[in-house]
Design a protein around this ligand. Structure first.
Ligand SMILES: CCCCCCCC/C=C\CCCCCCCCCCCCC/C=C/C(=O)SCCNC(=O)CCNC(=O)[C@H](O)C(C)(C)COP(=O)(O)OP(=O)(O)OC[C@H]1O[C@@H](n2cnc3c(N)ncnc32)[C@H](O)[C@@H]1OP(=O)(O)O
Ligand SMILES: Cc1cc2nc3c(=O)[nH]c(=O)nc-3n(C[C@H](O)[C@H](O)[C@H](O)COP(=O)(O)OP(=O)(O)OC[C@H]3O[C@@H](n4cnc5c(N)ncnc54)[C@H](O)[C@@H]3O)c2cc1C
Length: 665
C-alpha cells in the first residue's frame, strides 16, 4: 500500500473512520493466526519487492507466445527465490500456487502449477515407496517437470471411456502406450504444451489380454537435455482459451511408446513380471489426485472471490452516480440498496466459503491419513463433500465475480479492472476437475444411497432416520438452518420418489436416473448449501472472537443464509410440507424483517471488511480496487500504456482508412 502516505480518496477515508471492530483480528482469523499473518506479510514483501518479477508492459499487449515466455521467465525466477524464502519452501509454494500472491506475479496462469498441484500429489498418492524415492526428489528439485494427463479429445468426464491404452508386454517387461484414434489424444492437461517433460498419464491397462481399467503411468515425454519430444510422442499446445492462457494446456499422442513395467504407479494395484494383475482394495483409489485438487480448488476460488469483492466494494464507495435525493450531491453508488444487494452477499460468501473449505481441508487430511493406514471408511464422505463444495464454490463464485464486475459498470469491463482474469480463473474451476453437473450427480448418488440404505458418513447424517425439529416457521438463525435441512431432506425424498415412480412405470434404473436429473441436482445443491451454512453458523459458536468481530460476522452469516433462502425459495415448492401460503409468509417475514435490515446494518462496514482481507494492491492488480481509491487517475495511467497511444496517428490510418476516405466507394 505504497500510496497510503500520499493520497487517500476522501470517501474511502470516511468509510474507514470509526471502524467498530479490529480489522487485524479478522485478518488473523482468515490467515489462521497472528503468526501466519506476519509470515504472509513477510513473504509478500520478499516476492513483490523484486523488480524482476514486475511486468514491463501489461500482459494483454503481448502475443500468445510472448505471454507464455514472460510468465515462464517469472515462474522460474520464483522457483529460484524459493531457496531463500523467509517462510520456508512449502508455505511459499502454497502461497505461489494459490490465487493470492501467485497471481500477483503470474497474471495469466502459472506454467508450473500442474507440476505442484497434480504431478507431485499424483506421485505421492499413487507411487510406491520405491517409486517415490526414484521420482519425488527429482520432482521437488525441478530436475524434471511434470503434469497430469488424463482428459482426452473424446472423453473428459467418463473416465471408463478413456481410449489411451497401456498394454503389458511380458517379453520385454514393458508397457506399450498407444493412442488408437484422434479422440484418444490427451487434450487439456496444463503445462503439457511446452513446459513439462514428464507426465502421469492415465491409460487403460491391458495385461494377459484383459482390460483392467484406467491406471496411472509415469511417462517421460521430452529429452531432458534438448527438450525435444521423444520418438513416439506427439505433443503440442491447444491454443488460446477464455483465461489462464499461460498454463500451456496441451495435447499428447502415443505411437507404440514403450515404458518399463515399474513405471505403472503401483501403490494401489500392481502388474507382476509375468503380467499377473493385482487389484486395488478400492478401484476408485486411482482417482485420488482429483479429490485433492477438488479440495484445494475451493480455497482457490474463495481467494479469487475475495479479490473481486474488494475491487467492487472499494470502487462502489468511490463512484458517485445519479441522484438519490433530488438536488443533493450524487451519492456513492454503494448507498443504493440495489448495489448493497449485489455486493454484500458475495462479501458474506467469502467468509462462508472459507469456513466450509477449512472443514473440507480437515476432513481431507484425516481421510488421507486413514487411507495411508489402509482404512477407507471416510472415502465416500470425502468424495461426496469434495464434489459438493467444489461445484458449489466454483459455480456460486463465478456468478458472484460476474455480479462484482457488473457492479462496476463500464469500468468493470476493462481488462485492467482484473475482472476478466479473475472470472477466467473461477469459471475454469466450474469445468476442470470434474464438470460441475457431473459432480452434482455424484453427490446425488451418495445422498440417495444414504437415504435409502440409512447409512452414510458425517456430512449426510441428517438423512438418516426421521427428520427432527420444529415444523413451524421460525426466523431465528437456528430456525432458518433447520429450514435448509428440511429442504435438503425434502428434495432428496422428492428425487427418490421420482426414481421410484419411473421404476413403477417399468423404466430401467439408468433411465429413471436420467429422468430424475433435475430433482437430483437440486437435492445435491441443497445438501451443499446446508453444509456451508452449518459450517458458518457453527464456526461462530466456537472460537475466541471479540464482541465487535462476532457481531459483524454474525450479521454477515445471517445475511448470507437469508440471501440463499430467498434466491432458492422456488425450491421450497418441491418440498411437500411447505404449502404456498406458508412460503409466502416466510418470504415476507424474512425479506422485510431481516434481509433488508441487514443490508443497511452491514453497509457502513463494507470497506472495513474488505480492508481486513489485507490484499495488497499488487495482488488486486486493478485501478478500481486500489487501497487509495485514486480510481480515475489510475484508469487514465493504464490507458496511456496502450500501444495505440504511442503515436498520435496510427500507421493503419495511412494504409487503410485514408484510401477509403479518398475513394468514392
Ligand atoms: C516442496 C514441494 C511441496 C509440494 C506441495 C505443495 C503443493 C501445493 C498445493 C496446493 C496449493 C494450493 C493452491 C491450489 C490452487 C489450485 C489452482 C488450480 C490450478 C489449475 C489446475 C487445473 C487442473 C485441472 C485438472 C483436471 O481437470 S484433471 C481431470 C479431471 N477430471 C475429472 O475430474 C473427471 C470427472 N470424472 C470422474 O471423476 C469420474 O469419471 C466420475 C464422474 C466420478 C464417474 O466415474 P466412474 O468410474 O464412471 O464411476 P462409477 O462407475 O460411476 O462409480 C461411481 C462409484 O465410484 C465412487 N467414486 C467416484 N469417484 C470417486 C472418487 N474420486 N473417490 C472415491 N469414490 C469415488 C462413487 O461414489 C460411486 O460409488 P458407489 O458405487 O458406492 O455409489
Ligand atoms: C482450464 C482447464 C484446465 C484443465 N486441465 C486439465 C489437466 O490438467 N489435466 C486433465 O487431464 N484435464 C484437464 N482439463 C480437462 C477437464 O478435466 C475436463 O474438461 C472436464 O473434466 C470436463 O470434461 P469434458 O471436457 O469431456 O466435458 P464433457 O463431459 O464432454 O461435458 C460436456 C457436457 O456434457 C455434460 N455431461 C457429461 N456427462 C454427463 C453425465 N453423465 N450426466 C449429465 N451430463 C453429462 C456435462 O455436464 C457438460 O454439460 C482441464 C480443463 C480446463 C477447462
Amino acid at each position: 500500500m505504497s500510496q497510503k502516505e500520499t493520497y487517500e480518496n476522501p470517501d474511502l477515508k470516511k468509510e474507514r473512520q470509526n471502524c467498530p471492530f479490529n480489522k487485524e483480528e479478522i485478518t488473523n482469523l482468515l490467515d489462521g493466526g497472528k503468526e501466519k499473518t506476519a509470515e504472509r506479510k513477510q513473504l509478500e514483501n520478499y516476492i513483490l519487492s523484486d523488480e524482476q518479477l514486475k511486468d514491463a508492459v501489461p500482459m494483454e499487449y503481448l502475443s500468445h507466445a510472448d505471454k507464455y515466455a514472460e510468465e515462464l521467465r517469472k515462474a522460474c525466477l520464483l522457483m529460484h527465490k524459493l531457496e531463500n524464502s523467509p517462510a520456508g519452501q512449502v508455505p511459499t509454494l502454497r502461497a505461489l500456487m494459490g490465487a493470492g500472491l501467485g497471481s500477483a506475479v503470474l497474471k495469466e496462469g502459472n506454467p508450473l502449477a500442474l507440476h505442484y498441484v497434480m504431478f507431485i500429489p499424483a506421485l505421492m498418492g499413487q507411487g510406491t515407496i520405491d517409486q517415490q524415492a526414484k521420482w519425488l526428489a527429482k520432482a521437488y528439485n525441478l530436475n524434471i517437470i511434470g503434469t497430469y494427463a488424463q482428459t482426452e479429445l473424446g472423453h473428459g468426464t467418463f473416465l471408463r471411456g478413456l481410449e489411451t491404452t497401456a498394454t503389458y508386454d511380458p517379453n520385454t517387461q514393458e508397457f506399450v502406450l498407444e493412442s488408437p484414434s484422434l479422440t484418444a489424444y490427451k487434450w487439456w492437461p496444463g503445462s503439457l504444451g511446452k513446459t513439462a517433460n514428464y507426465a502421469v498419464v492415465m491409460a487403460q491397462l491391458y495385461t494377459k489380454g484383459k482390460c483392467e481399467g484406467t491406471h496411472p503411468f509415469m511417462v517421460q515425454l521430452r529429452d531432458e537435455e534438448t527438450h525435444e519430444p521423444l520418438p513416439g510422442i506427439v505433443i503440442g499446445e491447444i491454443g488460446p482459451k477464455l483465461g489462464m492462457n499461460t498454463n500451456d494446456n496441451g495435447y499428447l499422442g502415443f505411437e507404440k511408446f514403450r515404458i518399463p513395467r515399474d513405471q505403472l504407479l503401483m501403490k494401489h494395484s500392481q502388474v507382476l513380471e509375468d503380467g499377473t494383475y493385482v487389484k486395488p482394495t478400492n478401484s476408485k483409489l486411482s482417482y485420488a489426485t482429483m479429490v485433492f485438487v477438488r479440495v484445494v480448488v475451493c480455497q482457490d476460488v474463495t481467494t479469487n472471490l475475495r479479490k473481486a469483492v474488494t475491487i467492487a466494494t472499494r470502487y462502489s464507495c468511490v463512484r458517485r452516480q445519479s441522484e438519490l435525493k433530488p438536488g443533493d450531491r450524487e451519492p456513492q453508488v454503494m448507498d443504493y440498496q440495489a448495489q448493497q444487494n449485489k455486493l454484500l452477499p458475495p462479501l458474506a460468501a467469502t467468509f462462508a466459503f472459507q469456513l466450509a473449505s477449512d472443514h473440507l481441508w480437515n476432513l481431507y487430511n484425516t481421510a488421507n491419513n486413514n487411507i495411508e493406514q489402509g482404512d477407507l471408511e471416510l472415502l465416500p464422505d470425502l468424495h461426496g463433500l469434495s464434489c459438493a463444495l467444489k461445484a458449489l464454490c466454483s459455480s456460486e463464485g463465478a456468478n458472484f465475480v460476474e455480479v462484482c464486475r457488473q457492479s462496476c459498470g463500464g469500468h468493470g469491463y476493462m481488462a485492467c479492472s482484473n475482472f476478466p482474469r479473475i472470472y477466467g480463473q473461477v469459471t475454469a474451476a466450474e469445468t476442470y476437475e470434474g464438470e460441475n453437473t457431473v459432480l452434482w450427480l455424484q453427490v446425488a448418488r451418495y445422498l440417495v444411497k444414504t437415504r435409502k440404505e440409512q447409512t452414510g458418513g458425517l456430512s449426510v447424517k441428517y438423512l438418516i432416520g426421521e427428520e427432527k425439529g420444529p415444523k413451524t416457521v421460525d426466523t431465528t438463525l437456528e430456525g432458518i438452518v433447520h429450514l435448509y435441512r428440511r429442504t435438503a431432506v425434502g428434495l432428496v425424498d422428492v428425487a427418490i420418489a421420482e426414481l421410484e415412480k419411473s421404476g413403477r412405470k417399468g423404466e430401467a434404473p439408468h433411465d429413471a436416473w436420467n429422468h430424475a436429473a433435475v430433482y437430483l441436482i437440486k437435492a445435491a445443491q441443497a445438501h451443499a448449501r446446508l453444509f456451508v451454512v452449518e459450517s458458518f453458523v457453527n464456526s461462530l459458536k466456537v472460537g475466541n472472537l471479540s464482541a465487535p468481530v462476532r457481531t459483524v460476522l454474525s450479521q454477515l452469516c445471517e445475511l448470507f443464509i437469508i440471501y440463499w433462502l430467498l434466491e432458492r425459495s422456488g425450491e421450497l415448492f418441491f418440498v411437500r410440507q411447505f404449502i404456498k401460503k406458508r412460503l409466502v409468509t416466510v418470504e415476507f417475514q424474512v425479506r422485510t424483517l431481516l434481509y433488508v435490515k441487514l443490508l443497511a446494518a452491514i453497509r457502513p462496514q463494507a470497506v472495513n471488511l474488505v480492508d481486513s482481507f489485507d490484499l495488497r494492491d499488487e495482488i488486486l492488480a486493478s485501478p478500481l480496487g486500489c487501497w487509495d481509491g485514486n480510481v480515475y487517475q489510475r484508469l487514465f495511467d493504464e490507458a496511456a500504456k496502450s500501444p495505440l497511444n504511442q503515436s498520435s496517428v496510427h500507421e493503419s490510418f495511412h494504409k487503410y482508412l485514408k484510401p477509403l476516405l479518398k475513394s468514392n466507394l
